[in-house]
Design a protein around this ligand. Structure first.
Ligand code: ADP
Length: 382
């Protein structure tokens, strides 16, 4: 049985063709707000039910409740505020207006304005990211946001152009796919990286206990030096071709901008995958972390607060290669000292690639390495 959507019902907020036509005909009559890519991606996720039960951006009461309790006012777990910010100079509308949200020159959505409110950025940062240090990329983003938040329901008018349409599945599609495959239990894997052997062991260890594995890389805005989206996809395609069971592993992408909120974001990632129909969710070491802001297993501990989440987290200790065991293991199963261990580090592997070294086979599959090397420049430029 695939998981029930969070809150019980899969949200679909897509305008009918008729409404869309009417609104687009009259588009000059509505106040307009220009949105950035991250907001457009959130809109897409609201509209397709990835963020069920949200039907729009958080109103003040919901926002405060999410900050303070990691729950919506009706007590449903919700850990990351999904908000639309505007600056004072763009506030050319009032409560109860219908506005149009534009990404570049595309009208992406209409929104009914229920609420316009000020918020405290430091409080936002401290509660969500557990720090107000602007070197944290999530905090930096909050500090650059407009001073007002707009809450209210949305309807999608146009899909965002998607270069990876072929690889994208919506919750309504994965739910059908999982049923067709007759999966009773499906574990989801969240990732923003090309796969190393640690990832593979994590996924396969989890798959040992369930019917299906859903690998769901998040695509979207990246930091300088990260792998490009197409490289992550091709690397996974290669890995699937050579090393994954075809009847039980599924690969599909979702667009999403990482918050780097560690523990809170792990809960959010789990809720997203529950909406895709998954019953289990992998949380390894320092999930969605950045720098040293979170403890290595803090993103696992937070799940204690959510016995009612409706998706079961699967926790794993850090995988590493042990020269004595001659295999990929973790501290629960390996008795050998640190000197025998080679830890996976995305940065270390990337530096090897940049310096023309081939990563050892216990770090990365040869085929994956070759796929990365088939790109002229596999990394995001500044
Ligand atoms: P993110 O957690 O930021 O999405 P990754 O794509 O690297 O970054 O990680 C995806 C998942 O794999 C997370 O749950 C993370 O904790 C886990 N993970 C990554 N490397 C390891 C490892 N060596 N051992 C255990 N878990 C790991």
């Amino acid at each position: 049985m695939v998981s029930k959507p969070h809150g019980g019902r899969l949200v679909r907020k897509l305008s009918s063709e008729k409404t869309k036509e009417r609104i687009l005909d009259e588009k000059d009559e509505y106040p307009k707000v220009q949105i950035r890519e991250g907001i457009a991606v959130d809109l897409e996720n609201i509209a397709h039910g990835v963020y069920s039960p949200l039907e729009g951006f958080l109103r003040e009461e919901e926002f405060q409740s999410v900050l303070d309790t990691m729950r919506l006012p009706n007590d449903l777990p919700w850990s990351i505020p999904i908000v639309l910010d505007v600056s004072e100079k763009d506030l050319n509308f009032s409560v109860d207006d219908t506005i149009l949200l534009f990404y570049k020159d595309i009208p992406i959505a209409e929104m009914h304005v229920d609420d316009i409110y000020k918020y405290n950025k430091k409080e936002f940062a401290q509660k969500v990211f557990k720090t107000t240090d602007i070197n944290h990329p999530g905090v930096a983003k909050v500090m650059n946001m407009g001073d007002y938040l707009i809450g209210g329901e949305i309807y999608l008018l146009n899909e965002l152009p998607n270069p990876f349409e072929k690889y994208t599945l919506r919750p309504i599609e994965t739910r059908i796919l999982f049923k067709e495959r007759k999966f009773e239990t499906i574990v989801a894997f969240q990732t923003r990286n090309v796969p190393h052997l640690g990832h593979e062991y994590l996924q396969k260890s989890a798959l040992t206990f369930v019917d299906g594995l859903f690998i769901n890389p998040v695509l979207g805005k990246k930091k300088k030096g990260d792998y490009k989206d197409e490289v992550i996809l091709k690397a996974y395609e290669t890995l699937f071709k050579h090393y994954y069971p075809k009847d039980s592993a599924v690969l599909a992408t979702v667009r999403y901008e990482m918050r780097y909120a560690g523990p809170r974001e792990a809960v959010h990632h789990a809720i997203m995958r529950k909406n895709f129909g998954c019953t289990h969710f992998i949380v390894g070491r320092d999930h969605a972390g950045v720098g040293n802001y979170y403890g290595p297993y803090e993103a696992q501990e937070i799940f204690k607060n959510f016995p009612d989440l409706g998706i079961t987290p699967m926790f794993f200790k850090e995988f590493f290669y042990c020269k004595k065991c001659k295999g990929i293991v973790n501290e629960r199963i390996c008795p050998h000292p640190m000197e025998d261990r080679e830890y996976f580090s995305g940065t270390k592997i990337r530096n090897m690639i940049v310096n023309g070294e081939i990563p050892p086979e216990y770090f990365m599959r040869k085929e994956v390495y070759e796929t990365i090397m088939s790109f002229e420049n596999p990394f995001v430029d500044g």
